[in-house]
Design a protein around this ligand. Sequence first.
Ligand code: GCO
Ligand code: CA
Length: 262
Amino acid sequence: MILDLFKLDGKVALVTGATHGLGMAMAIALAEAGARLVINGSSRENMDKAIAVYASQGIDAKGYVFDVTDEDGVIANVAKIEAEVGPINILVNNAGIIKRVAMQDMEVSDYRQVIDVDLVGPFIMSKYVGRRMIERRAGKIINICSMMSELGRNSVSAYAAAKGGLKMLTRNMATEWGKYNIQTNGIGPGYFATSQTEPIRVDGHPFNEFIINRTPAARWGDPSDLAGATVFLASKASDFVNGQVVYVDGGILASIGKPSNE
Ligand code: GCO
Ligand code: CA
């Protein structure tokens, strides 16, 4: 059965930053495809709320609170997850932050923090989960990229630098670890209705109209729009797909855009 290729039964999936937003949507998709779900978050309070949301959907998510930029914390928690839940078969590096500040006004410390969470975090997570995947000669890693892996935009210098870097880290991971039967790919979400984009999505904000006009699908993405790509890249169906970024963007990157009166 061709659809069996997409089943994740018996697989352990770890999604970072999965207490809300796109991380949560992708985690739900993996669980619905059969995976045993492990989620990471950086605050106990958000984790407790998230576990309740997953439970309300019939999903028994195991939560681990740690900071993906803290190497010792990552080492300890990866070991703990593998001992308590099982070998991590699927890693989704989703945890990320954004700061929207004009470059000439951005504090160096803020720039560094964005790079740390969005680009160094996936490196640390992948290094330690990857070592175990290498021993087992199997693994799926999905790095959550962005439109800003390809395009610039006013006020997001650090985020664009990090997400462009994450695309190249994805290609390098594919290059180094393909021989160990580890597939590393990216998902590049377009503009999605989440708490992260809430400030620029409010009715009347010029960016709201701009995005709807700029997107061939003529709407913001709904987090559930990521389900198909996530399950595909986590499953056997993608075993010969390596180093790609799948843009789930309603067509944004295909198009130069159009005047607002068209
Ligand atoms: C912004 C947005 C984006 C999105 C997304 C686009 O300010 O431009 O927040 O950065 O979050 O990553 O793919
Ligand atoms: Ca977050």
